[in-house]
Design a protein around this ligand. Structure first.
Ligand SMILES: [Zn+2]
Length: 127
C-alpha cells in the first residue's frame, strides 16, 4: 500500500513526520504507544512532535487510538476490516487478519458506526 495515497485521498498534507509515523504503524503487527514511538524516532523528532502527529493522525482517521486497561493510548491502523487480539497481561494489541469475505458482504450496505472486535486472552510471550 502506498501510504502517500491515503493522505491524498483524505486531502491531508503528507509531511515527512506524518509519513514516517504512519509507515511505522502500518508495518507493525502490534499497536504502539506514544512512548514506543518516541523511542523509535528519538533522533528525528521530539516527544511533543510525536504526540501531536499521532493525535493528528487519529483525529483524521488514519490511525485508530485504543486505550489499554491501564489507560495508555495505543495506536494502530484505522481499519474497518480487522479484528484485534488484546493480551490481558502485557496489554499489547495485535491486529488479526482481515475479516472473512462473508462478513464484509453482510456488512457492505450497513451504515457501520463502530467496528470493534476484540479477542482477549494471554499472548505467547506472557504464557
Ligand atoms: Zn502479553
Amino acid at each position: 500500500m502506498d501510504i502517500k495515497n491515503i493522505f491524498t485521498e483524505k486531502g491531508i498534507k503528507a509531511t515527512k513526520n506524518r509519513l514516517l509515523i504512519t509507515a511505522y504503524v502500518f508495518n507493525s503487527s502490534k499497536a504502539v504507544s506514544l512512548h514506543d514511538m518516541h523511542q523509535i524516532f528519538i533522533n528525528q523528532m521530539d516527544r511533543a512532535t510525536v504526540y501531536r502527529t499521532l493525535d493528528f493522525l487519529a483525529k483524521n482517521s488514519i490511525l485508530k487510538k485504543i486505550a489499554n486497561s491501564k489507560g495508555i493510548n495505543l495506536f494502530t491502523i484505522n481499519s474497518e476490516i480487522n479484528a484485534q487480539f488484546k493480551c490481558n497481561t502485557c496489554d499489547s494489541i495485535e491486529l488479526l487478519p482481515e475479516i472473512p469475505e462473508e462478513y464484509k458482504n453482510i456488512l457492505k450496505n450497513k451504515n457501520i458506526k463502530n467496528f470493534n472486535i476484540t479477542v482477549e486472552g494471554t499472548c505467547s510471550e506472557c504464557e
